[in-house]
Design a protein around this ligand. Sequence first.
Ligand SMILES: Cc1ncc(COP(=O)(O)O)c(C=O)c1O
Length: 410
Amino acid sequence: MVEVRTRVRRARDMQQNIYNVRYICISVTLLKWLRYLTDISTMEIRIGGGDLLGPALPKVRDALIKALYEATEYPYTNTSYPPGEGVPQLREAVAEYYRKRWHIEYESSQVVVTCGAWQGVAATMNALLKPGDEVLITDPGYVDYYNSARDINVKAVPVPCRKEKWHFYPEDFKKAVTDKTRMFIHSNPSNPTGSSMTKEEWEAVEDVAEERDLLVLSDEIYKEIVYDGKDAILPAQFKGLKERTIATCSLSKISNGPGFRVGLLLIPEELYPKIMKYIIVYMGRARPATFVQLGAVAAYTEPRNHVKEIREEYEKRRDFIVPRLNEIEGLSCPMYEGSIYPFVDITQLGIKTADFVKELRQKEKVSVRDGESMGVNLSKGKLRLCVREPVPVLEEACDRMERFVKSLKK
Ligand SMILES: Cc1ncc(COP(=O)(O)O)c(C=O)c1O
């Protein structure tokens, strides 16, 4: 036992030296930087996926180690199955975080811990929608909403985001509604466009939702990543939407922990039994481990300085990459307002997006995502990039993209 304690302490001390919270925003360890410096010009660069690179937050790491260590001590509660709704400490911390940070009143009894935000989205869609229903999804919008709607025989109706910076006109939202519409599903700020919903947009949603009795599934995993000194606006902040909104968030993006698989659902009381029943019956005991949930509490309690630091780093990356992409003749990319995704128009180049993606990878070893499936009409001719790497790597990726684009014109 003494030996285990010493080893845990040594590991913690070592980690403490490696990670300093002020450098989390750099999002790579010293070793990674060395790798970049030595072989940046030849390495394969993957800037299509949203799996952000970054060290575990020290306070989450410490809480995880503590919870795991305590699992070896009587009464061994940290080795037990977690309760179906999640550990009470995390449910309380998340309700309080929403109350203080977002001024939305939630009770801990409305919070459910899920395996990532995605399990929450899937459970909500499956529990509340039936075949033949319609859901509104922005076009462009998150590809998995479109896929999941199709999988459960629900019709995905696109809301065209044809206003500047991928916003929608209230009349387009209203036009998309029919007698079968049940829900609006949206990631705010958006994956893949980075648009951050305005008060006017939410007011349009509120009007229609009240009139037509619609629900909102609000995917809030990027809500802390909004730039230019602004903040996200959330649907539950609107009186007419509060009891119609199911919100989901997770440790995946702003807390550098996609692999921890900790997600949260915040559910209005009336809808709670239906969603919870679905989770219990169909998702069984698939939950993040008890000690992981206990470690995750730290991500939602103060101090949360890491949020500002990580956001500033992503903002720096955005401020570099958007002007740089626009310098490349034939590419265009609006300055996105939040999230981590430059959404790039390549229609001027006259090449299919699938061919662009394939050839760029083959010739220049840069991977980006084909954006065509991320919507219906407005995603045509688009690529989705992700600022998952620091500026020097993005710089190299852009240089290679420019060389590739020039080669297309020869
Ligand atoms: C909009 C959106 N929702 C949900 C997810 C999945 O999140 P999680 O890792 O918490 O399951 C992602 C992941 O990239 C995403 O971009």
